[in-house]
Design a protein around this ligand. Structure first.
Ligand code: NI
Length: 226
């Protein structure tokens, strides 16, 4: 399931990120790539411990906390530390790859990368190329979103960032380990949840919405690993 989260960051967040990034210390992005990925990766990243990365990370995590759609779609158990990357100049693409299945946090805790997320930090008009393409069951999807918008896609999918041929593409990305490992099950839960929300808004609470909410929670109880 590929899902867009519009306005995950506020316009103020985006402005603040731009100011923080003005003098940021970019480094070679290949340092964090796996064995296969490193052969096709050519971008830059912010070191985890720099000021700009810390502020942007906090901003993105706050955005996730404030997004009911993120919670409903991802059913997060753990979020891997968000990173900031940049594509442009000589470091301008990330060829087709699948992300490593398991990542380790600094405290040694492991995170299974069920869901990948990209938060766009600048606007499509700022650069040419740089599309994220994600292979899914309906064919290849192309994603290029306004600043502050985010996309979620399954960690299992082959994806790439196409070469940036003008300007710079700046984004924040991270992975989520979900309480519900299966993309198919997460999709069913999201559909049920979103339609229940719409039904309640249209007609208020009824015996049927109460019963279906029970079904939602019982499915989640059956599938969730907390
Ligand atoms: Ni990737």
């Amino acid at each position: 399931m590929l899902l867009t989260l519009p306005h995950l960051l506020t316009p103020d967040d985006v402005l603040a990120a731009r100011r923080l990034l003005a003098n940021a210390p970019w480094t070679d992005g290949r340092a964090s790539a796996g064995e296969q990925a490193v052969r096709v990766k050519n971008n830059e990243q912010l070191p985890h411990d720099c000021d700009a990365a810390g502020h942007i990370r906090a901003m993105v995590l706050r955005g996730l906390d404030n997004s009911p759609t993120f919670f409903s779609a991802a059913l997060p158990k753990r979020v891997f530390t968000p990173r900031v990357n940049r594509y442009g100049g000589d470091s301008n693409f990330y060829g087709k790859h699948i992300d490593n299945a398991v990542r380790s946090l600094p405290n040694g805790q492991r995170v299974r990368t069920d869901i990948s997320c990209t938060v766009f930090l600048n606007d499509p008009a700022d650069y040419e190329g740089g599309e994220l393409t994600v292979a899914d069951t309906y064919g290849e999807q192309t994603v290029k979103l306004p600043a502050g918008h985010a996309v979620l896609y399954p960690g299992t999918s082959l994806h790439q960032v196409k070469p940036v041929t003008r300007g710079q593409r700046i984004a924040c990305f991270f992975w989520v380990e979900s309480m519900v490992r299966s993309d198919e099950q997460r999709r069913l839960l999201l559909e049920l949840d979103m339609n229940l929300l719409a039904l309640r808004q249209q007609r208020g609470e009824s015996d049927e919405t109460t019963a279906l909410t029970g079904v939602y929670h019982n499915l989640l109880r059956m599938w969730a690993d907390t």
